[in-house]
Design a protein around this ligand. Structure first.
Ligand code: ADP
Length: 298
């Protein structure tokens, strides 16, 4: 479990003050995968570095496993740090050593008995399989995400992940927060943030993973009754558009759409034009609404 309470971080650089974090409140439950998304310079690295005190907050509190890091002695912080793994984008492995020796190194540093090291490293390498040995191309990025998910599920390990790639967040996170200028401007379950982003920044990030935007060419058509329909879970599988056309005296013209999966739930967004009398269109919309489909007039 990780909790940030009113965390601020001010860097002093060349006589200038840089407010990297401006009052962060964030709670990550035990066993959760929490993604923090933001543009370069938003404060992501500073935030994550506060979790293991690589950076000390200027104000506010950081709790790890329920313990306030500020209140701990140096020795206690060292003990907490040992339970936190940082995976960097560019990790520094020792070239001259084997994979086994690289994994064993941190355990050797804290003077773990040799037999125990051997058992632990063998177990971990077996768990990882071959995945972590290959080069990092997009396919292996996917493999690493799967590996992180397995680590999370099998060992109930809490993961705080920073990224500017929405597809990464979409793939494995339970919840996400969007950070901008050191503030969290939007947060929630992956499903909620991806299906209905509120801020412009969240919208622009979500766009790279799910395109809610209606293409300009369609907007230019100047269609009278244009609606964006969002359907979730069961409703994604229903032939509701053909039912609308059968039940009501309307024509349904599909202009744009995507169907994807968020946290294992199908999610679809479709832009349709309804043609017909206003009354019939009103009744069709009533019917669509009753099917738990979200409607947005465009
Ligand atoms: P991100 O990881 O989202 O790119 P950072 O946390 O690295 O953002 O940076 C947030 C802000 O703090 C930026 O304006 C950056 O220039 C500044 N910053 C980060 N580290 C330092 C530092 N050690 N000294 C001075 N300014 C820093």
């Amino acid at each position: 479990m990780i909790t940030f309470e009113g965390v601020e971080k001010v860097y002093e650089s060349g006589g200038q003050k840089v407010h990297a974090l401006n009052g962060i409140d964030l709670h990550v439950d035990k066993g959760e995968i929490y993604g923090v998304i933001g543009f370069s310079g938003a404060g992501k690295s500073t935030l994550i570095r506060c979790v293991n005190f690589l950076e000390k907050p200027t104000a506010g509190k950081v709790f790890v496993g329920g313990r306030d890091l500020m209140s701990l002695s140096k020795a206690e912080i060292r003990a907490v740090k040992r339970k936190i793994g940082m995976v960097f984008q560019h990790f520094n492995l020792l070239n001259s050593k084997t994979i086994f020796a690289n994994v064993a190194e941190p355990l050797a540093l804290v003077k773990t008995p040799k037999a125990e090291i051997k058992q632990k490293v063998t177990e971990l390498l077996h768990f990882v399989g071959d995945e972590a040995t290959s080069a990092l191309d997009p396919q292996t990025t996917g493999d690493i995400l799967k590996l992180l998910k397995r680590v999370n599920e099998q060992y109930n390990i809490t993961i705080l992940l920073i990224t500017h790639e929405m597809n990464v967040a979409k793939e494995i996170c339970d919840k996400v927060a969007v950070i901008e200028k050191g503030r969290i401007i939007e947060s929630g379950s992956v499903f909620d943030v991806f299906s209905a982003p509120e801020t412009e920044t969240a919208k622009s990030f979500v766009k790279s993973a799910i395109d809610h935007e209606i293409p300009e060419s369609i907007q230019k058509l100047n269609v009278k009754h244009l609606y964006q329909l969002q359907f979730v879970g069961e409703s994604s599988g229903k032939p509701f558009l053909s039912q609308v056309a059968k039940r009501f005296d309307v024509e349904v013209n599909i202009l744009h759409g995507t169907i994807t999966e968020l946290q294992g739930i199908p999610f679809g967004s479709m832009t349709v034009e309804l043609q017909g009398e206003d009354g019939e269109i009103g009744r069709s919309l009533e019917y669509i609404r009753r099917e738990n489909i979200r409607i947005r007039e465009v």
